[in-house]
Every structure is written in C-alpha cells, then in structure tokens.
Design a protein around this ligand. Structure first.
Ligand SMILES: C[S@@+](CC[C@H](N)C(=O)[O-])C[C@H]1O[C@@H](n2cnc3c(N)ncnc32)[C@H](O)[C@@H]1O
Length: 193
C-alpha cells in the first residue's frame, strides 16, 4: 500500500508526503511533530490499540486534532461480512487469525471513546456515520473480493471452489435488477491533544 501510494504523482500544489513504514505501536517520529492525526480503518487491526493511540498522541503537537475510524460494532459489517461468512462456510483456511470474524473489523463507539480518553486525548467525541456502497449487480459486488485482502487467497483456490465462493456470495447479496446496495457504518472518533 505504501509503495503504491508513494508511486502516485503528487497533485499540483500539494505538500510533499513522506511515507514511513513502522508499527503503529512504535511510530518512527519525534514527539510533538504533527498538526493532525488521521487513522482510517486501521485501529481495529492493531494488536495493542492502546499503545497505538498513545503513540499517535505522542507524535501530535499540543492542540493537534486526531480522527480515527473503525467499522461500527453496533451495526452490520457491510460487504466484508458475507465474504468472510462465505469463505468460512466453504471451509477455506483463514489467512490470518480472525480474518473471517466480523467482530475483528469493528469497535463500539464507547470502546473507541474510552481508548482515546485513556490515552490522554481530550474533548473526545464519537459519531456513527453510514455510507451506502452500490453496485450494478450482485455479480459485480461479488467480484470485488479480488480487491480485498481475501483476493490472493481466493485466486489460489481450485477453480471449482472459486466458482462456489462466487455463487454463494452472489446468493447472499441477493439477485436484483436494481443492483446491490450494502450499507456500511463507521464509528469516527475525534480528539484534541
Ligand atoms: C483496512 S487497511 C486501511 C488502510 C488505509 N488507512 C486506508 O484507509 O486505505 C488497514 C491497514 O492497517 C495496517 N496495519 C495493521 N496492523 C498494523 C500495525 N500493528 N501497525 C501498523 N499498521 C498496521 C495494514 O497493513 C493495512 O494496511
């Protein structure tokens, strides 16, 4: 992801971006360096979430704003849920622990707020935001599996099993001439250092 991002041409007038590869629990930057922190759909995957949120605060300058999002634990997961269910039902081995478990992708609003507050962020607020993802057909929606972290796993399955994955996913998404809409819900936290 970082290599692809770094290879993209910078937009005219945009500030230069330096990409750093480091664990979220050990950010490779000095204290009080950044005007803002944005962590989009990453926090739920970090083994030590508290350490990561503390690190984000350490590298932020006093007064900096942090925004962190995760899928909302209070709502259905969206397209990743039927994908995970399908792969689990067909006996595909998890590529990493809890890969097919919807709860490993989500955090509750209260838990998210507690994480930020316990790490010293102040004026913490969490908002639940819904967005609909829409495809022209269930087939198109099912084919997006190739662009997810499950893509390499599915591509390596025998052709017959790949077809079963696709068919089952299409059934779960429902056949409709009006296309397919999957609602997503994120908890988005904001805090100030
Ligand atoms: C769903 S992606 C989100 C990427 C990006 N923020 C975006 O919105 O497109 C989650 C990312 O978290 C990264 N990640 C997971 N655990 C990590 C950790 N402990 N430290 C740093 N990055 C981690 C993964 O490598 C992956 O790139």
């Amino acid at each position: 992801m970082l290599a692809l991002a770094a290879a993209r041409p910078a937009a005219a007038g945009a500030a230069p971006i330096e990409f750093l590869a480091c664990p979220a629990s050990e950010i490779d930057a000095l204290d009080d360096r950044f005007d803002a922190v944005l962590c989009q759909h990453g926090l739920q995957f970090f083994t030590d979430k508290q350490a990561a949120v503390l690190e984000m605060r350490r590298v932020a300058r006093p007064g900096a704003i942090a925004v962190m999002s995760t899928w909302a634990a209070e709502r259905p997961l969206g397209l990743f849920a039927p994908m995970g269910e399908t792969l689990a039902e067909l006996g595909v081995a998890e590529p990493y622990p809890r890969a097919f478990d919807a709860d490993s992708y989500r955090l509750g609003a209260g838990d998210l707020a507690d994480l930020l507050r316990a790490s010293g962020w102040r004026d913490v607020r969490v908002q639940t935001v819904e967005l609909d993802a829409t495809w022209d057909s269930a087939e198109q929606a099912a084919d997006t599996v190739t662009g997810t972290p499950f893509g390499p796993l599915v591509s390596a399955l025998p052709a017959e099993l790949q077809e079963q994955v696709r068919a089952r996913l299409i059934t779960k998404l429902g056949r409709s001439t009006d296309g397919v809409t999957v609602r997503t819900a994120s908890n988005i936290a904001r805090g100030v250092k």
